[in-house]
Design a protein around this ligand. Sequence first.
Ligand SMILES: Nc1ncnc2c1ncn2[C@@H]1O[C@H](COP(=O)(O)OP(=O)(O)OP(=O)(O)O)[C@@H](O)[C@H]1O
Ligand SMILES: [Mg+2]
Length: 241
Amino acid sequence: MRASDLNPDWNFKKASEIASRSNVGEDFRLGFQTVNSIKEYFEGVSNLDKGLGIVFMGDYGRGKSTLGGAIHEIFLDHGKTSIMAQWARLCDKAYSFDGDEVNIELKNHIETVDMLIIDEVCSGQKRLSPFQQDKLSTLIRSRQAQRLATVVITNLDAETLQTGIGTAAYEGLLEYEPFVHLFVGETFRDRELRDFNGQPIEIKELVNKPLTPAKLVKPQEPPAVDWAPGDYLTKAKDFHK
Ligand SMILES: Nc1ncnc2c1ncn2[C@@H]1O[C@H](COP(=O)(O)OP(=O)(O)OP(=O)(O)O)[C@@H](O)[C@H]1O
Ligand SMILES: [Mg+2]
């Protein structure tokens, strides 16, 4: 896996596949158009004087992270550096006060990487703390000043974004004259838990249920990639070679 908080399903192929469905929502279709235009950006077609800034905001399970992952992939495919990470974790690792080397290295990376995709900003639709607002605004403003590309993904919307991330970060984003997409509608994420036979299960059925040998031998999906700053730092170093 080539990056931090990246679900293997969040990639360009999956995004194109969703975009080609006849019943794809307008939100995803337009979002995908922006992702596609990033290719033009690499071919020098687009003129992005202010740097590339993108905001994907709105409802849960509408494909925002999938599109974010597709952008991450495009950057890597063009030999650029890219990091996709959840804001809370990023903030924890890069701006915690223990001052160890990894954190300083991570902080430097997120400030200088060609593309930074910040996912789950204001997760749970909670407003950032003043500390986080300050860190986010400094990060966005410094990246915009250097014309480094940034994507912000959030469940907030046009009405709540400014309050949620703080005015300074909000204005920093506007400096990009960003592409902004609002995702609206029911989630596409599977809402039901299913057992190995594809039958819906409920959590109450699992209470005190012992692990059966059958479960141990059933083929499993590969585990989700676990995020560890060390992993991606090694990779990020490779990018700079
Ligand atoms: N427009 C769509 N049509 C069909 N399936 C979709 C669409 N958008 C997303 N999906 C599927 O829904 C699931 C959730 O997508 P994703 O994680 O990208 O959503 P999200 O907007 O980032 O959600 P959240 O806000 O909860 O993080 C994925 O399995 C994805 O493939
Ligand atoms: Mg998401």
